[in-house]
Write a protein that binds this ligand. Structure first.
Ligand SMILES: C[S@@+](CC[C@H](N)C(=O)[O-])C[C@H]1O[C@@H](n2cnc3c(N)ncnc32)[C@H](O)[C@@H]1O
Length: 186
Protein backbone atom coordinates (compact mmCIF):
# COMPACT_ATOMS: atom_id res chain seq x y z
CA UNK A 1 0.00 0.00 0.00
CA UNK A 2 1.25 3.51 -0.72
CA UNK A 3 2.32 5.79 2.09
CA UNK A 4 -0.03 8.78 2.44
CA UNK A 5 2.75 10.92 3.89
CA UNK A 6 4.89 10.34 0.80
CA UNK A 7 1.88 11.00 -1.44
CA UNK A 8 1.20 14.28 0.40
CA UNK A 9 4.83 15.33 0.05
CA UNK A 10 4.68 15.23 -3.77
CA UNK A 11 3.27 18.31 -5.50
CA UNK A 12 0.17 17.71 -7.62
CA UNK A 13 -3.60 17.50 -7.67
CA UNK A 14 -4.12 13.81 -7.20
CA UNK A 15 -6.17 13.28 -4.02
CA UNK A 16 -5.78 10.36 -1.59
CA UNK A 17 -9.27 9.15 -2.61
CA UNK A 18 -8.25 9.16 -6.28
CA UNK A 19 -4.99 7.45 -5.35
CA UNK A 20 -6.95 4.76 -3.52
CA UNK A 21 -9.24 4.10 -6.48
CA UNK A 22 -6.34 3.86 -8.93
CA UNK A 23 -4.24 1.73 -6.57
CA UNK A 24 -7.06 -0.82 -6.12
CA UNK A 25 -7.51 -1.28 -9.89
CA UNK A 26 -3.77 -1.31 -10.59
CA UNK A 27 -3.36 -4.03 -7.94
CA UNK A 28 -5.66 -6.32 -9.99
CA UNK A 29 -3.63 -6.17 -13.21
CA UNK A 30 -2.26 -9.55 -14.31
CA UNK A 31 -0.13 -8.71 -17.35
CA UNK A 32 1.28 -5.83 -19.32
CA UNK A 33 3.21 -2.70 -18.42
CA UNK A 34 1.80 0.40 -16.71
CA UNK A 35 1.80 3.62 -18.74
CA UNK A 36 1.05 7.11 -17.44
CA UNK A 37 0.45 10.11 -19.71
CA UNK A 38 1.28 13.28 -17.77
CA UNK A 39 3.90 12.87 -15.02
CA UNK A 40 4.21 16.40 -13.59
CA UNK A 41 6.10 15.79 -10.29
CA UNK A 42 5.22 12.11 -10.00
CA UNK A 43 2.34 12.10 -7.51
CA UNK A 44 0.23 9.50 -9.34
CA UNK A 45 3.42 7.86 -10.63
CA UNK A 46 4.28 7.07 -7.00
CA UNK A 47 0.97 5.24 -6.54
CA UNK A 48 1.47 3.27 -9.76
CA UNK A 49 5.03 2.46 -8.73
CA UNK A 50 3.91 0.98 -5.40
CA UNK A 51 1.08 -1.02 -7.02
CA UNK A 52 3.44 -2.37 -9.71
CA UNK A 53 6.09 -3.37 -7.16
CA UNK A 54 3.50 -5.34 -5.22
CA UNK A 55 2.45 -7.38 -8.25
CA UNK A 56 4.13 -10.77 -8.64
CA UNK A 57 5.19 -10.19 -12.24
CA UNK A 58 6.74 -6.74 -11.50
CA UNK A 59 5.63 -4.58 -14.45
CA UNK A 60 7.43 -1.36 -15.32
CA UNK A 61 5.76 2.03 -14.94
CA UNK A 62 6.45 4.10 -18.05
CA UNK A 63 5.57 7.76 -17.55
CA UNK A 64 5.60 10.43 -20.21
CA UNK A 65 5.73 14.24 -20.02
CA UNK A 66 7.37 17.11 -21.87
CA UNK A 67 8.09 18.57 -18.39
CA UNK A 68 8.25 21.94 -20.03
CA UNK A 69 4.89 23.14 -21.30
CA UNK A 70 3.82 26.77 -21.06
CA UNK A 71 0.61 25.85 -19.32
CA UNK A 72 2.54 24.03 -16.58
CA UNK A 73 4.53 27.22 -16.09
CA UNK A 74 1.33 29.21 -15.72
CA UNK A 75 -0.79 26.75 -13.79
CA UNK A 76 1.74 25.18 -11.46
CA UNK A 77 4.34 27.98 -11.30
CA UNK A 78 7.07 25.57 -12.29
CA UNK A 79 9.40 26.11 -15.21
CA UNK A 80 10.54 22.54 -15.58
CA UNK A 81 9.19 19.70 -13.48
CA UNK A 82 11.77 17.11 -14.50
CA UNK A 83 14.29 17.85 -11.73
CA UNK A 84 11.56 17.87 -9.09
CA UNK A 85 10.23 14.60 -10.50
CA UNK A 86 13.69 12.99 -10.44
CA UNK A 87 14.11 14.05 -6.79
CA UNK A 88 10.73 12.55 -5.95
CA UNK A 89 11.69 9.35 -7.76
CA UNK A 90 14.66 9.02 -5.46
CA UNK A 91 12.85 10.04 -2.26
CA UNK A 92 9.92 7.70 -2.91
CA UNK A 93 12.17 4.89 -4.22
CA UNK A 94 10.40 4.62 -7.56
CA UNK A 95 12.98 2.19 -8.90
CA UNK A 96 10.53 0.55 -11.31
CA UNK A 97 9.65 3.80 -13.13
CA UNK A 98 10.92 4.64 -16.62
CA UNK A 99 10.48 8.36 -17.30
CA UNK A 100 10.19 9.49 -20.88
CA UNK A 101 10.62 13.17 -21.66
CA UNK A 102 8.74 14.16 -24.77
CA UNK A 103 5.40 14.82 -26.39
CA UNK A 104 2.75 12.14 -26.28
CA UNK A 105 2.13 12.78 -29.96
CA UNK A 106 5.76 11.86 -30.73
CA UNK A 107 5.00 8.51 -29.14
CA UNK A 108 8.42 7.14 -29.83
CA UNK A 109 7.84 4.68 -27.07
CA UNK A 110 5.23 3.06 -29.25
CA UNK A 111 7.28 3.31 -32.44
CA UNK A 112 9.74 0.88 -30.90
CA UNK A 113 7.00 -1.62 -30.26
CA UNK A 114 4.31 -2.86 -32.57
CA UNK A 115 2.76 -5.17 -30.00
CA UNK A 116 0.10 -4.82 -27.38
CA UNK A 117 2.10 -4.30 -24.19
CA UNK A 118 0.01 -2.09 -21.90
CA UNK A 119 -2.00 -3.63 -19.06
CA UNK A 120 -2.79 -0.35 -17.29
CA UNK A 121 -3.07 3.12 -18.86
CA UNK A 122 -3.53 6.31 -16.84
CA UNK A 123 -4.43 9.46 -18.78
CA UNK A 124 -3.68 12.75 -17.02
CA UNK A 125 -2.15 15.06 -19.64
CA UNK A 126 -4.01 17.69 -21.66
CA UNK A 127 -7.66 18.22 -20.77
CA UNK A 128 -8.74 19.42 -24.22
CA UNK A 129 -11.23 17.08 -25.89
CA UNK A 130 -9.24 16.82 -29.14
CA UNK A 131 -5.98 16.18 -27.26
CA UNK A 132 -7.44 13.45 -25.06
CA UNK A 133 -8.94 11.79 -28.12
CA UNK A 134 -5.57 11.96 -29.88
CA UNK A 135 -3.61 10.78 -26.81
CA UNK A 136 -5.91 7.82 -26.24
CA UNK A 137 -5.88 6.99 -29.96
CA UNK A 138 -2.10 6.93 -29.91
CA UNK A 139 -1.95 4.33 -27.14
CA UNK A 140 -5.18 2.38 -27.67
CA UNK A 141 -3.64 -0.01 -30.29
CA UNK A 142 -1.06 -1.04 -27.67
CA UNK A 143 -3.56 -1.96 -24.97
CA UNK A 144 -3.91 -5.62 -24.07
CA UNK A 145 -7.45 -6.98 -24.39
CA UNK A 146 -8.16 -6.84 -20.67
CA UNK A 147 -6.29 -3.59 -19.99
CA UNK A 148 -7.63 -1.17 -17.40
CA UNK A 149 -7.74 2.50 -18.38
CA UNK A 150 -8.09 5.29 -15.83
CA UNK A 151 -8.94 8.89 -16.74
CA UNK A 152 -8.25 11.68 -14.26
CA UNK A 153 -10.55 14.73 -14.33
CA UNK A 154 -13.64 12.81 -15.44
CA UNK A 155 -15.73 15.68 -13.99
CA UNK A 156 -14.30 17.97 -16.67
CA UNK A 157 -16.79 18.38 -19.54
CA UNK A 158 -14.10 17.62 -22.13
CA UNK A 159 -12.91 14.40 -20.49
CA UNK A 160 -16.45 13.28 -19.70
CA UNK A 161 -17.52 13.83 -23.31
CA UNK A 162 -14.70 11.64 -24.61
CA UNK A 163 -15.00 8.89 -21.99
CA UNK A 164 -18.79 8.76 -22.38
CA UNK A 165 -18.25 8.16 -26.10
CA UNK A 166 -16.05 5.16 -25.21
CA UNK A 167 -18.71 3.93 -22.76
CA UNK A 168 -21.37 4.16 -25.45
CA UNK A 169 -19.18 2.04 -27.72
CA UNK A 170 -17.09 -0.92 -26.56
CA UNK A 171 -16.00 0.08 -23.04
CA UNK A 172 -17.63 -0.32 -19.63
CA UNK A 173 -17.19 1.61 -16.41
CA UNK A 174 -15.50 -0.26 -13.54
CA UNK A 175 -15.69 2.50 -10.97
CA UNK A 176 -16.39 6.22 -10.87
CA UNK A 177 -14.82 8.28 -8.08
CA UNK A 178 -14.61 11.99 -7.45
CA UNK A 179 -13.20 13.34 -10.71
CA UNK A 180 -11.76 9.96 -11.80
CA UNK A 181 -13.02 6.90 -13.68
CA UNK A 182 -11.69 3.39 -14.36
CA UNK A 183 -12.87 1.58 -17.48
CA UNK A 184 -12.30 -1.70 -19.33
CA UNK A 185 -13.28 -3.11 -22.73
CA UNK A 186 -16.62 -4.96 -22.81
C1 LIG B 1 -2.32 17.38 -14.72
S1 LIG B 1 -0.60 17.28 -14.99
C2 LIG B 1 -0.22 15.61 -14.55
C3 LIG B 1 -0.41 15.35 -13.09
C4 LIG B 1 0.26 14.09 -12.58
N1 LIG B 1 -0.29 12.88 -13.17
C5 LIG B 1 0.19 14.03 -11.06
O1 LIG B 1 -0.10 12.94 -10.53
O2 LIG B 1 0.42 15.04 -10.39
C6 LIG B 1 -0.52 17.23 -16.73
C7 LIG B 1 0.88 17.01 -17.28
O3 LIG B 1 0.73 16.60 -18.63
C8 LIG B 1 1.79 17.11 -19.40
N2 LIG B 1 1.35 17.18 -20.79
C9 LIG B 1 0.27 17.82 -21.29
N3 LIG B 1 0.18 17.63 -22.61
C10 LIG B 1 1.24 16.85 -22.98
C11 LIG B 1 1.70 16.31 -24.21
N4 LIG B 1 1.06 16.54 -25.35
N5 LIG B 1 2.81 15.56 -24.21
C12 LIG B 1 3.47 15.31 -23.03
N6 LIG B 1 3.08 15.80 -21.84
C13 LIG B 1 1.98 16.56 -21.81
C14 LIG B 1 2.08 18.48 -18.79
O4 LIG B 1 3.42 18.85 -19.02
C15 LIG B 1 1.76 18.25 -17.30
O5 LIG B 1 2.93 18.02 -16.56
Amino acid sequence: MFDKKILDSIHGQFSPAQANLMYRWAAKVTNGQFVELGTLCGKATYVLSVAAKELKYKPWVITLDTHNLDFVRMKYGRTNTFVEFMNNMQLAKMSNVLPIVGKISDAYINLMRKDKYIGFLFLDASKEYADVKRDFGQFEPHLLGDATVVFHDYDWKTIKKFVDELLADSWKSLEIGKNIIAIKRI
